[in-house]
Design a protein. Structure first.
Length: 184
């Protein structure tokens, strides 16, 4: 049932992934789920760049060196994560958004539609027992130096995917929905 999938979905981080591969068919299934997200005026702004196999090593090098060269507050810990996480994942999908050239709708609506596409992928991945994590590193603004991008397209984050062993922790919320809802 979809409500159970929503309640049990969790972020599963690269450190939790095992070495089991994710097939091209599994990735295509996730991307197809993303493509059915709601979209205002049918702009379908989501764009995805699949990084898998040998390109993950080059991507890890790009991320770590870009971080090292562009950050003002260098952290060896972050540098190491940029170098290691891409190769721990079975696949990384760069989450991109293509701005409507006519700018017929507000940009935030296209970002929201892209986020809904990612939510579709995340719920589908969870249903397939594939762990996922959406990271938005501070260096995301430099992704066009590695990823092929069209004019008006930008990267919003990275969707790490990997299979995992064991069970996920039960979820919690700090406050109930009643505390966040006003009935008029």
């Amino acid at each position: 049932m979809i409500s159970e999938i929503i309640k049990t979905r969790r972020a599963v981080f690269p450190a939790q992934y095992n070495n089991e591969p994710i097939s091209k068919e599994e990735i295509q299934h996730l991307l197809e789920a993303a493509n059915w997200a709601p979209t205002h005026r049918r702009t379908e702004p989501w764009r995805f760049k699949v990084i898998q196999g040998e390109s993950q090593k080059r991507f890890a090098e790009f991320l770590s060196e870009t971080y090292k060269n562009k950050t003002e507050n260098f952290s060896e810990f972050k540098y190491k994560k940029y170098r290691e996480n891409p190769v721990k994942a079975a696949c990384i999908i760069a989450i991109c958004m293509q701005r409507d050239p006519a700018e017929a709708i507000p940009e935030w609506e296209e970002i929201a539609a892209t986020a809904m596409a990612v939510q579709n992928m995340w719920l589908t991945a969870h249903d397939m027992n594939i762990g996922a994590y959406w990271g938005s590193p501070g260096i995301v603004k430099y992704m066009n130096a590695f990823l092929p991008m069209e004019p008006g397209e930008r990267c919003l984050g990275l969707f790490y995917l990997g299979k995992y062993d064991g069970t996920l922790e039960e979820g919690t919320r700090k406050t109930s929905i009643e505390e966040k809802t006003v009935w008029l």
